[in-house]
Design a protein around this ligand. Sequence first.
Ligand SMILES: C[S@@+](CC[C@H](N)C(=O)[O-])C[C@H]1O[C@@H](n2cnc3c(N)ncnc32)[C@H](O)[C@@H]1O
Length: 222
Amino acid sequence: MIIANEMVPLIDPALERYTHEHTKPANALLQELTRVTREKMRDYNMQVGSVEGTFLRMLATMSGARRVLEIGTFTGYSALSMAEALPDDGEVITCDIDEEVTRVAQSFFDRSPHGKKIQIRLGDARATIRELAKDAASKPFDLVFLDADKRSYVDYFELALPMVRQGGLIVADNTLWSGRVLDPKSEDDRGIDAYNKLVTKDERVDNVLLSIRDGIMLARKR
Ligand SMILES: C[S@@+](CC[C@H](N)C(=O)[O-])C[C@H]1O[C@@H](n2cnc3c(N)ncnc32)[C@H](O)[C@@H]1O
């Protein structure tokens, strides 16, 4: 039986291990964050992990991102990974509804030379995005990373896309959802499947669905 947020590996575990062994290791602080999250958090597997974290940092570097919006902070691994790629005046705005997990995130941001680039917004992501939309014309985002409740991805995409600059990216995690997209049953399964269908049809973006980890949908605003 698959529990709600259990992640089933999409590739052979030996190959998964091989991808880790052939990706540069995370720095000591990120490795500690992985360890602490495993020790303290029941849902530790929500963390993106080192290969995807490295991929996000590389995307932020390659796209020359200065402003990043993240939906779903958890203990801060992806936010910190992306912040490392930004210039000194860059910023990651990351939001979460859970105060306890963001306390862990903030304690790691405080120990990183890149932590001052990260702002945590506590509260429902829809409300946070609507608030940020007021400034979006003068301060558009270069990259948005969706990694919160799966049933809301379509809403997050519609709210965030107008705030993204032309050529900017919306990156969504878990878009293969341990294979459950093939036979969606729950609201979250349907949410992910609806998101993948929407992005593929939407003329405002180019897109590719990558089978990295649990699936990453990359959309680039035209
Ligand atoms: C998969 S985790 C994020 C993992 C994170 N990106 C990382 O690498 O560690 C999803 C997070 O989304 C948060 N979340 C769920 N629903 C939310 C909502 N409506 N608004 C904001 N955050 C939400 C959860 O509290 C959880 O911490």
